[in-house]
Ligand binder design. Structure first.
Ligand code: FES
Length: 129
């Protein structure tokens, strides 16, 4: 079996939603101290829906594929869905990652969580109770 699924390779070679959102409602940045990879997520939120999402990832292929897939999984979805996105869901959507690359998908989960935290810090009235 190939080390990486076709989906991982596809999202690595043709990442979706790369870039920045100038007037983002929430920005989240995370890094992994061991490998030194960094991921930044930008969210645009309208009527409690993720209307746009972009990312910048300085990291390995699995981190790029994970960020790309994560953006696809939350784009156009309610904020409440994005809050529940797990790294396992990202890895599953990529048809799996090697065990030692699972931490790359964790970065995607954490970057989105941080961006949502940032959004709620700026808009405490929107906080879901
Ligand atoms: Fe660290 Fe992939 S090796 S995020």
């Amino acid at each position: 079996m190939a080390l990486y699924s076709e989906k991982v390779m596809d999202h690595f070679r043709h990442p979706r939603n790369v870039g920045i959102i100038e007037d983002a409602d929430g920005i989240g940045e995370v890094g992994n101290a061991k490998c030194g990879d960094i991921m930044k997520m930008y969210l645009k939120i309208e009527d409690d829906v993720i209307s746009d999402v972009k990312f910048e990832t300085f990291g390995c292929g699995s981190a790029i594929a994970s960020s790309s897939m994560a953006t696809e999984l939350i784009k156009g979805k309610p904020v409440s869905d994005a809050m529940q996105l797990t790294n396992q869901a990202v890895a599953e959507a990529l048809d799996g990652l090697p065990d030692y690359k699972m931490h790359c998908s964790v970065l995607a989960e954490e970057a989105i969580q941080n961006a949502l935290d940032d959004y709620y810090r700026k808009h405490p009235e929107k906080k879901i109770k």
